[in-house]
Design a protein around this ligand. Structure first.
Ligand SMILES: [Zn+2]
Length: 268
């Protein structure tokens, strides 16, 4: 069943789209603050994204990272609203040239569409002149960049948050980096977190702290079992249970095993 839902928090509006209603990892919320849009939504949801954007002028599109659920409509938004999207420098080559994605991601999001971007500056601005600070938060992806709006107390978290508990990790995710990025974000001054998968969270820093605590707890449990001589497969099954369809369909790109393996790399 497809997903549609409208969000409003003060000056921020959001439109949730998604081909399937199978939990937060198959849903995406495109947020806008007036004429500034944060992330473009997946390409297979364009017909639900553009009516939301057409409701008022769009002057700029800021991308948090290259993943296709965030950038899939950037090229169409650029064309429709005659703008050049802005993206982290580390994302620009992939965005310009495209990149392969696993079949399961093609089914859920559609394919990425190549798009030319400008590099995000140290400070970007809303059209009322208030600042937007890009915050580099690698881990989930090397290029992941969140957006802090200090005047409003807003934090657009890209894929830094997603959920309070993680059970799976992509093979290219870096858990120690993710932990550092969570700490960096928690130290910032903001209240409301805007997650494109999980929605609007009023106490955003507490939510990020909760996620960090859960990861550190899992790392401690995994490392204790390693010291007792368990291997990573045994630890995965014991702490997180068996792998599911997502892991099979992604050919191991997303798995519990990836998460447990990286727990051993975290210094506690
Ligand atoms: Zn992502």
């Amino acid at each position: 069943m497809p997903v549609r839902q409208h969000y409003q928090h003060e000056v921020v509006e959001g439109q949730k789209v998604g081909r399937m209603n199978m939990g937060i990892n198959t849903q995406f919320i495109v947020y806008r603050i007036g004429d500034t849009v944060i992330d473009s939504g997946p390409s297979n949801q364009w017909k639900h994204v553009y009516p939301f954007l057409d409701q008022a002028p769009v002057k700029q599109l800021l991308l948090t990272h290259h993943h296709e659920d965030h950038s899939g409509n950037a090229q169409r938004i650029a064309e429709r609203f005659k703008l050049t999207p802005k993206a982290p420098s580390l994302a620009q080559e992939k965005l310009a040239n495209g990149y392969p994605t696993p079949l399961i991601q093609k089914m859920v999001w559609g394919s990425p569409r190549p798009v030319k971007t400008e590099t995000l500056q140290d400070t970007e601005y809303l059209s009322d002149g208030s600042p937007i600070k890009p915050i580099h938060t690698p881990g989930h992806a090397k290029d992941l960049t969140c957006f802090l709006l200090p005047n409003q107390g807003y934090f657009f978290s890209g894929d830094l948050y997603i959920a309070k508990t993680i059970k799976l990790l992509r093979i290219d995710e870096d858990l120690p980096q993710l932990i550092n990025s969570l700490k960096k974000a928690i130290a910032l001054d903001f209240e409301t977190l805007f997650c494109p998968h999980g929605g609007i969270i009023k106490d955003g820093r507490q939510a990020l702290q909760g996620k960090l605590n859960n990861i550190l707890k899992l790392c401690a449990q995994a490392q204790e079992l390693t010291q007792k001589g368990w291997d990573d497969e045994e630890i995965t099954l014991h702490l997180l249970g068996p792998e599911d369809m997502v892991t099979k369909m992604s050919f191991g790109n997303l798995s519990r095993f990836n998460l447990i393996t990286q727990c051993g790399l975290v210094e506690l």
